[in-house]
Design a protein around this ligand. Sequence first.
Ligand code: 4NP
Length: 159
Amino acid sequence: MKQMVSVLFVCLGNICRSPMAEAVFRHYVQQEGLSDKIQIDSAGTYHGHVGQPPHHGTQQVLKENQINYDGITAREVQKEDLERYTYVIAMDDQNIRDLTRLVDNRIPTIHRFVDFIPNTTYQGVPDPYYTGDFQETYQLITAGCQHLLATIKNEQGWN
Ligand code: 4NP
């Protein structure tokens, strides 16, 4: 029997990058019929956008690619999330530093999203809140989400 796996994507505001990853990853997981085995969420280290839907740029790129984002609203990451989720995946190194501070500088297991992108030179997922380039972020997120799903299937022995 397949065990349940949970994935939490984390960025700063939880309105641009991590909700994009949540929607894209959920799309791939549904396509593979694994929705009842993989629980997916996203959260931000900054509270300023709590309760808001994704940024219009994120909404636009998801719409263009027919990826559903119904019901996604921003929430602030909680200390308990770091223990509860199988995979906590941060969008950049600042997110990792902020998450580490949240748990009193113990070293939690946090993955870097870019480490799931094959052959990339990116050190973090660029923040389209500042770059304005939602396409670049979308390309990186699709590549990373595909490889993440393959990694989880491998690690769980679901192949
Ligand atoms: P995100 O982008 O972390 O990808 O959601 C940002 C969203 C909001 C802010 C910064 C980055 N902000 O400063 O309000």
